[in-house]
Design a protein around this ligand. Structure first.
Ligand code: GRF
Length: 195
């Protein structure tokens, strides 16, 4: 069983979904920890409900990103975290975390990368008027949404949809994809380690 920490900055619907899915089906992972960088992140409320330990790490408490990430690493070690799962964490990770967790940090992005990287991807796809967008799950590297792609799915945008409808559909797709993709990653890891 892989022990996971989820990082979030906002609503935390993916965080909650990843936890609930792992409680109803054996997906090969358990979520031991939530890390947020925003005091008011609603993800914190969800963690309380789910009885998952959570930490708010205030970037302003640190003079450098290095110092902040060192603090995060020490918490991750305390909980014996194997993998980091980003779910709406709005911060670029630096070498400290990347070196500590090589190929063990996963992110979900609300577009079909390399289309619409960075922030506001759903809105940009909507405003650009493309007929299709999607969701991508990828490993994290030092770039912005540039790491190796693990899984992608297309979503066709219905011409009657509002931006709000598109956001809902993207989240629906994310919630369907993320637990199953994690299961696949951790399942393959288990198969290899059994030899
Ligand atoms: C998701 O759309 C994710 O792809 C993006 O941020 C959003 C987070 O939503 N990176 P939530 O906090 O999981 O509800």
């Amino acid at each position: 069983m892989v022990t996971v920490a989820v990082f979030a900055s906002g609503a935390g619907s993916n965080f909650e979904n990843i936890v609930l899915a792992s409680q109803t089906e054996n997906l090969g992972y358990t979520v031991a920890l939530l890390i947020v960088d925003k005091e008011r992140a609603f993800a914190l409320e969800r963690a309380k409900e789910l009885k998952i330990p959570s930490y708010y790490i205030n970037p302003r408490d640190f003079t450098t990103k290095l110092a902040m990430e060192k603090q995060i690493v020490s918490i991750l070690q305390e909980y014996s975290i194997d993998y980091i799962v980003l779910a709406g964490y709005m911060r670029i990770l630096s070498e400290t975390l990347l070196k500590q967790y090589p190929n063990k940090i996963i992110n979900i992005h609300p577009s079909y990368l390399p289309e619409f990287p960075g922030k506001n991807s759903i809105e940009e796809a909507f405003k650009t008027g493309v007929k299709q967008t999607g969701v991508t799950i990828h490993y994290v590297d030092s770039g912005i949404d540039t790491g190796e792609i693990i899984s992608q799915e297309r979503l066709t945008i219905d011409s009657s949809w509002s931006l709000n409808d598109l956001e809902k559909e993207i989240h629906f797709l994310e919630h369907r994809m993320y637990p199953q993709v994690l299961k696949k990653i951790f399942g393959e890891k288990d198969e290899k380690s059994s030899y």
